[in-house]
Design a protein around this ligand. Structure first.
Ligand code: TLP
Length: 348
């Protein structure tokens, strides 16, 4: 990349090995279940995550939507964080398309929802209330800093859910980052969850795709929901071929992105006008605030970095002075040093 693109890990390009595998992938019609590369990807993802089956979908948003549509019926309720991607950034898809009622709770600084708040949010059996069907967690929790949440907490939420006959879905867009940061085997981390959507196209660099995993019965139903939202793809093995490399190879190198995020954060934290809490940099995301009296406004800093240094880093939507920077495969240590120097010079 001659551009240093720190806006997100979604911007990561496929690797040369992925492009090669895509060009040569054996394919079939996946709506008939006949694409060997898609089948391989689904099976490998399910095995890695310790679940019975997987379903390849086009995006993280579709993975979450299909999961919610499969777990919930119209008028049912899901409990999730007010800062969850599903609630904030998925265009209200589960309400628009599934009639699913969101019951949102505050996300704690450690990425969790308070167990007592979940307990209180679970509805009793009363005709006034929607039926609580689902709890959604997000790991890593992106909007509050890319914070990984532990296997123990997930197990506690799952216990609570099970006591009430409620399902647990994990938006695992960055679940491999969480497993890496926590040093927990991924299957152990997600063991108590009924479904997990795992993005291949963020830190794992595939150009497209997410795998939703769960029990065989859940995935059989999810296949119908995917079809309903127009997500049945045909010779999708071309995409799944990149996904296989994402799973097999890219999932084991994320500690490099985390180390680069730390280096970037440490450099930025020393620059006047920047406030950055280093203790919150635990995976590949960095959030920092620009002082209101800094020589540039956030919009001006972002524009300066782009036009003068070819560095893309955006103010974070919904906050007046906050930036988010995200490291990924195409961000090297040299890029990190260049970005620190560019921000320092721009703000001097
Ligand atoms: N997140 C994107 C934007 O949509 C904000 C980003 O740049 O971080 N779950 C989580 C936790 C996500 O962060 C994202 C994407 C998704 C789901 C949706 O994935 P896609 O973009 O594949 O639909």
């Amino acid at each position: 990349m001659n551009i240093i693109d720190l806006r997100s890990d979604t911007v990561s390009w496929p690797t040369p090995e992925m492009r090669e595998a895509m060009a040569n992938a054996p394919v079939g019609d996946d709506v008939y279940g006949e694409d060997p590369t898609v089948n391989q990807l689904q099976d490998e993802a399910a095995a890695m995550l310790g679940k019975e089956a997987g379903l390849f979908v086009s995006s993280g948003t579709m993975g979450n939507l299909v999961a919610v549509l499969t777990h919930c019926g119209r008028g049912d309720e899901m409990i999730l964080g007010r800062d969850a991607h599903i609630f904030r950034y998925e265009a209200g898809g589960s309400a628009a398309l599934g009639g699913v009622h969101p019951n949102t709770l505050d996300v704690q600084p450690d990425g969790t929802l308070r167990l007592d708040a979940i307990q209180r949010a679970i509805r009793s059996d009363d005709a006034h209330f929607p039926r609580t069907r689902l709890i959604c967690l997000e790991n890593t929790q992106g909007t509050i800093g890319g914070i990984p949440i532990s296997a123990q907490y997930i197990a506690e939420v799952a216990d609570l859910a099970r006591q009430h006959g409620i399902r647990l879905h994990i938006d695992g867009a960055r679940i491999f980052n969480a497993a890496t940061a926590l040093n927990t085997p991924i299957a152990e981390l997600v063991a108590p969850a009924d479904s997990i959507s795992v993005c291949l196209s963020k830190g794992l660099c595939a150009p497209v795709g997410t795998v939703l995993v769960g029990s065989r019965a859940f995935i059989d139903q999810a296949r119908r929901a995917r079809k309903q939202v127009g997500g049945g793809m045909r010779q999708a093995g071309i995409l799944a071929a990149a996904g296989l490399i994402a799973l097999r190879k890219m999932s084991t190198r994320l500690h490099e992105d985390h180390a680069n995020a730390c280096a970037l954060a440490e450099g930025l934290a020393q620059i006047p006008h920047i406030t950055l809490d280093l203790s919150r940099v635990q995976t590949n995301m960095i959030f920092f605030d620009l002082a209101p009296d800094a020589p540039l406004t956030p919009a001006q800093l972002s524009a300066r970095l782009k036009t003068e240094y070819n560095i893309l880093m955006n103010p974070y939507p919904g906050f007046t002075h906050r930036f988010r920077a995200v490291t990924h495969y195409w961000i090297t240590r040299e890029h990190v040093e260049a970005a620190i120097a560019a921000v320092r010079t721009s703000l001097s």
